[in-house]
Design a protein around this ligand. Structure first.
Ligand code: AMP
Length: 568
């Protein structure tokens, strides 16, 4: 097996690596470290966070710094302030036994003053967000003549965040005699363009599979009806007593809402999204890092650059619209050779996204059923018994601090004591799951197949060929009647003429028909719409939904049985 000793690393850095407890180089380090040390060409490395890429470029960069030159020799560009700080800390830890290497993090949102002062004193390596570095270069605060290496770390994320121009302007100002090392988890065309324009015949090193998620992550899908998602989330969390993970939502509002609902339900959770100030975000991240909170509910944007090891789970409360975001999200777990689980709660509305992720990222999902109350109780109790088994108790201290406790407990025999302790521990769990019904898992597979057939059941409608039957998660108990339904739709699609067909109102949900050609734009406009305090969910009606309603006579005939054209 290859060791760090085989990679031409200097003794001082080897000592530092030893102190960090790194035993063997990770695959990206095996490939990249000797390559940077022995050759001078440009390289593209397809690797995602968690693979050990920071050490892969950080170790050889440290080794190549010439401390007698008091000027920047390496620029490392990274997408976020958090990542800058993390990379700087990693580099400093590799350089602890080297004398006089100065590494500076510069990023937006912090005062210029300190950064300018440090730059003036002289630094060898700058780790920067592109925007701030461009500003500092424009202020002539960064001597560029000795820059020999530029690293573009998480290039895809930087371009995603709109740093294209800043990166281009930086690359145009470094001396011609430099090398560029580009690290990216995925290779969208924007990254390929930068590589083509600013790199000289770069070789590509792929760690794992290109555009795919980490091999250490297993991917699980829980098919669930949209209205059951929160209940399902709670069950999944409850079934893993030591969960430590990130829950991804699509919008800031959902993020805040889910986090608040989790806290109300007694979970250790908090939200991370763009409406928070930098100080608030830092506070949340610090709590999460030290595991003061075990669940972070985040948007994709806010979670960029989160570098926390040992996450057990990433949960996609909603699948991302952007396929590649799935790779980034999932890559937050399964880091540093640890195993991780990426869990997706998928409603039938998201089945197309799921099949795209499956196809494009070549991920094979394992479909599981939402844990039952019995399974959750078993998982929690086994965990509790495990804790009882390993807990360290100081009898002496207990007797000293609370002298009467043994006498008081003596009145219970062993079995009674176990029963009562378990009762105390699981009171809430049993109340919640003792008589709870299982959560229904809709069959996404069948729907995927059927949806792909032309003239599927979803196209059929009572109102004729041109009408499509839709399901809405609101019913009469929510105060939804034909007028309210039409009002809701018309308000949301603004300006378009919606032609309604038949409307069937049920107690908890309803069906309605509109002209097929209007379905696409309606679905788009109805994202993130509320009715009262409920989020509106509209999807194509399933055949069995409609048929069941008709056959058991529960379907309410509201006077719109004959197609009735109502103009918006
Ligand atoms: P990165 O992909 O650079 O964010 O690294 C992910 C994590 O792996 C970091 O916490 C590193 O400290 C850790 N790490 C990097 N290289 C090794 C190694 N050779 N052995 C063990 N852990 C490592």
């Amino acid at each position: 097996m290859i060791t760090f000793d085989d990679l031409n690393i200097s003794p001082n850095i080897l000592k530092a690596i030893g102190n960090l407890g790194f035993e063997h180089p990770m695959p990206v380090q095996q490939q990249v470290i000797p390559r940077i040390l022995e050759q001078t060409d440009d390289i593209i490395v397809m690797a995602q966070t968690g693979t050990g890429k920071t050490a892969a470029f950080g170790i050889p960069i440290i080794q190549q710094i010439q401390t007698r030159i008091n000027a920047p020799q390496a620029l490392i560009l990274s997408p976020t302030r958090e990542l800058c700080i993390q990379i700087t800390a990693d580099l400093q830890s590799f350089a602890v036994h080297e004398r006089g290497i100065n590494i500076l993090a510069v990023y937006g949102g912090a005062s210029y003053e300190n950064q300018l002062r440090e730059l003036k004193k002289g630094v060898h390596i700058i780790v920067a967000t592109p925007g701030r570095l461009t500003d500092l270069i424009e202020r002539k605060a960064v001597p560029m003549t000795n820059i020999a290496t530029v690293v573009l770390d998480e290039a895809d994320e930087m371009l995603n965040m709109g740093f294209q121009e800043s990166i281009a302007s930086i690359l145009e100002k470094v001396p011609a005699e430099h090398r560029t090392l580009l690290f990216s988890a995925t290779m969208p065309k924007e990254v390929a363009t930068i590589a083509r324009k600013y790199m000289v015949s770069p070789d590509e090193i792929v760690v794992g599979t290109k555009n795919s998620a980490s091999a250490n992550v297993s991917h699980v899908v829980y098919p669930v009806n949209g209205r059951d998602k929160f209940k399902a989330l709670k069950r999944i969390i409850d079934s893993v007593p030591q969960i430590y993970g990130i829950i991804f939502c699509r919008t800031r509002r959902d993020t805040q809402e889910i986090a608040s609902m989790l806290v109300t339900n007694g979970y250790n959770a908090d939200a991370l999204h763009g409406d928070l100030s930098q100080a608030q975000r830092d506070a949340v991240m610090n709590k999460f890092r030290v595991q003061n909170i075990s669940l972070l509910v985040a948007t994709d944007v806010a979670a960029r650059g989160i570098d926390v090891d040992n996450l057990t789970h990433v949960i996609h409360y909603d699948l991302p619209d952007d396929i590649e975001a799935y790779t980034h999200r999932s890559g937050r777990t399964g880091r540093a050779n640890k195993k991780g689980i990426s869990v997706s709660l998928v409603s039938s509305r998201e089945k197309n996204q799921l099949s795209q992720i499956e196809r494009i990222l070549k991920i094979s999902f394992k479909t599981e059923k939402i844990p039952t109350g019995k399974e959750i109780s078993k998982a929690q109790m086994m965990h509790w018994v495990g804790r009882l088994d390993t807990v360290a108790v100081s009898h002496h201290m207990l007797r000293k601090m609370v002298p009467g406790v043994y006498d008081m407990l003596e009145q219970f025999d062993k079995e009674e004591l176990i029963r009562r302790l378990a009762g105390l521990e699981f009171e809430k769990l049993l109340a919640e799951y003792g008589n709870a019904e299982d959560i229904e898992s809709p069959d996404l597979e069948i729907k995927i197949k059927k949806a792909s057939k032309r003239q599927s059941f979803e196209d059929r409608s009572d109102s004729g060929e041109n009408f499509t039957r839709l399901f809405i998660n609101l019913g009469k108990m929510d105060g939804l009647f034909p007028r309210e339904l039409m009002g809701l739709i018309n308000k949301s699609v603004r300006g378009e003429r919606v032609t309604f067909g038949k409307i069937d109102l049920m107690r908890e949900f309803s069906f309605f028909e509109i002209e097929s050609q209007q379905v696409g734009s309606l679905m788009k406009n109805m994202k993130n719409v509320n009715f009262g305090n409920r989020r509106v969910e509209i999807s194509l009606a399933k055949k069995d939904q409609g048929d069941a309603g008709r056959s058991n006579g529960k379907m309410h005939n509201n006077g719109f049985r004959k197609p009735s054209r109502v103009s918006a």
